[in-house]
Design a protein around this ligand. Structure first.
Ligand code: ASP
Length: 378
């Protein structure tokens, strides 16, 4: 089933009639059968010994509510983090939870202000030892960008888990409760330390650098095309990591003053591409341009010429790709050394944009250093 599935006419009415009482029911209690675990980890642990998990709510479909006027339609970000937590049975056996509302938005509206607020709150909670781990509830559309941003700015090795859902709280078979339960489980597990920001959805644990949304509406939407999940959570409550933790997270970037990252545009390449989108980006004050190139981060001659001219003006040009997997390689079809370009390696355009913003804000201009930041992550 999809978020906006079109049902056959006979079913639509039945679904609507069912949906009305479900709206009320689901708001106070998510279906226990969806979230019950054969063995609940921590169920015998005295409350005082449970890990402290800070839940930071930002909105998204996980906090969405159905629009009673239309089957399948809903609004993101309607339920608070506190309400979300209350509605998942057994969460209080996993951790001592404290929820704070950072925003109530669909993640299509995610912005620098919310990112900075999240980063500061997490750092503060870790620096003051107020929490052993953090769970962020978030819309799925830009979840990967928030994960990657935070991964690059939050210091320390405590777990930061980001979670969302594809179906709103009021849907039949909502995926939010199970996802939130598993996110708290992962955040509470000491083996999650030293892994940077991780995403937990649909029984998979995935790294901030690689996780990406790959399906518009299916609950099986997040994948890591180049390296696969770093772990799995199964229905009996077990967590299996497939990789070793790296230990204390590598050096991170400072948050720029003024709650705003520099302007970096993403330009999408296609057949018959001209230079207009690049010229537009420059005329609107872009300090960097990420090319969502064809193939190995390539584009047409006019667009390449415009990018070369941009790089000569001091604009950071990063070649990424519109292709879902693989690495963009230096100096193969495009002469990056001559043109002054950087390649994004495995970073998709939306993540390459975040790293470009952080590098520009940090004043990094030496080409080799810029390239190292995209390349040398492990
Ligand atoms: N538009 C929603 C959001 O990203 C979609 C979702 O959460 O699944 O907030």
């Amino acid at each position: 089933m999809t978020k906006h599935a079109v049902s056959p006419p006979g079913r639509q009415r039945r679904t609507f009639m069912l949906a009305v009482p479900l709206v009320a029911f689901a708001l106070c209690s998510w279906p226990i059968g969806e979230t019950a675990r054969a063995a609940e980890p921590g169920k015998d642990t005295p409350v005082a010994n449970l890990p402290r998990i800070l839940v930071l709510a930002t909105g998204g479909t996980i906090a969405g509510q159905a629009d009673p006027r239309a089957t399948g339609a809903y609004k993101s970000g309607q339920i608070t983090g506190e309400q979300l937590m209350q509605s998942v049975p057994g969460l209080d056996k996993l951790a001592k939870l404290n929820a704070e509302q950072i925003s109530s938005i669909g993640s299509q509206d995610m912005n620098d202000k919310v990112w900075f607020a999240l980063a500061r709150r997490i750092q503060d909670a870790f620096d003051k030892n107020e929490a052993d781990g953090v769970v962020i509830t978030h819309g799925t559309d830009t979840l990967e960008e928030t994960a990657f941003f935070l991964d690059n700015v939050v210091r320390g090795d405590k777990p930061v888990v980001i979670v969302g859902s594809m179906r709103p709280a009021t849907a039949i078979s909502a995926d939010g409760p199970g996802n939130l339960y598993e996110a708290v489980q992962v955040a509470a597990d000491p083996r999650s330390r030293g892994r940077g920001v991780i995403a937990v959805l649909n029984d998979k644990i995935q790294g901030a650098r690689s996780v990406t949304k790959t399906n518009t509406t299916s609950i099986e939407t997040f994948s890591s095309p180049n390296d696969g999940p770093i772990g799995y959570v199964d229905t009996a409550g077990g967590i299996r990591f497939m990789t070793q933790a790296a230990g204390v997270k590598r050096a991170t970037y400072q948050l720029p003053a003024g709650d705003q990252l520099p302007r970096v545009a993403i330009v999408y390449s296609h057949a018959n591409m001209d230079a207009v989108p690049i010229e537009d980006a420059i005329s609107h004050g872009a300090k960097g341009i990420v090319l969502a190139g064809v193939g190995d981060g390539n584009t047409s001659k006019p667009a390449l010429d415009a990018l070369e001219a941009a790089a000569k003006q001091g604009i950071l040009v990063v070649r990424s790709t519109r292709v879902r997997s693989g690495f963009v390689t230096r100096n193969v079809e495009v002469d990056d050394d001559k043109n002054g370009f950087v390649v994004s390696e495995d970073l998709n355009p939306q993540k390459a944009r975040v790293l470009a913003q952080l590098l520009i804000a940090s004043g990094v201009t030496v080409p080799a250093e810029l390239q190292r930041a995209f390349t040398a992550t492990w």
